[in-house]
Design a protein around this ligand. Structure first.
Ligand SMILES: [Fe+2]
Ligand SMILES: [Fe+2]
Length: 188
């Protein structure tokens, strides 16, 4: 397995863990959620997907696979459209946090519903990448293609799980683990 494939799978697990814990923490719902904390987690998810993970997939893996296997095109279009829709989904989530901050009726339920929806969306998206796109790439890309893609993916500046992890991001993650109920975290 190429290094890039291992990194993609690992990044998917990292994102899955963060969104699952946020979802579990909100569903636990015994206390009102700490909204600045929810916002910080959403900011991290935005940085991770829009600045690290999706651009690497679009510019390197998807672009190379499109050249090598025309049959991948329909699925790649679908995945690229989903990447393009991500900033909008996150800004709707943040708007809902804003509605909670203003104490609007029903906003907390809407936030829970939207986070659950976002989690389902991310799971489906990553399943398509791991179940369809990675196997197609492993069949049709050349060793030289993989060497170029590996180099791009090795640039891992994710502020939470990357080589240059930041202390504030680490604290954010430990708090998420502490607040999310078992079995997702150790809270509750
Ligand atoms: Fe993706
Ligand atoms: Fe991905």
């Amino acid at each position: 397995m190429s290094q890039a494939v291992q990194i993609i799978r690992q990044e998917h697990r990292n994102l899955f863990r963060v969104v699952t814990m946020l979802d579990a923490m909100l569903r636990d719902g015994r206390e009102a959620p700490d909204l600045p904390f929810v916002r910080a987690v959403l900011d991290y998810i935005e940085t991770f997907t829009d600045r690290f993970h999706h651009p690497k997939e679009d510019l390197h893996l998807f672009a190379t696979l499109r050249r090598r296997d025309p049959l991948a095109d329909a699925m790649l279009e679908e995945l690229e459209a989903e990447h393009a829709g991500c900033p909008g989904a996150l800004s709707r989530l943040k708007d809902t946090v804003g509605a909670c901050e203003r104490g609007e009726a029903g906003a907390a339920d809407l936030l829970r519903e939207r986070v659950a929806q976002y989690l389902r969306f991310q799971i489906r998206h990553m399943q398509k990448e791991e179940g369809v796109i990675l196997p197609m790439a492993e069949k049709s890309l050349t060793p030289a293609d993989w060497a170029a893609i590996d180099a791009a993916f090795a640039d891992n500046r994710d502020p939470l799980f990357g080589a240059e992890a930041r202390a504030d991001m680490r604290r954010l993650y430990s708090r998420l683990v502490n607040e999310a109920p078992a079995p997702y975290g150790v809270g509750g």
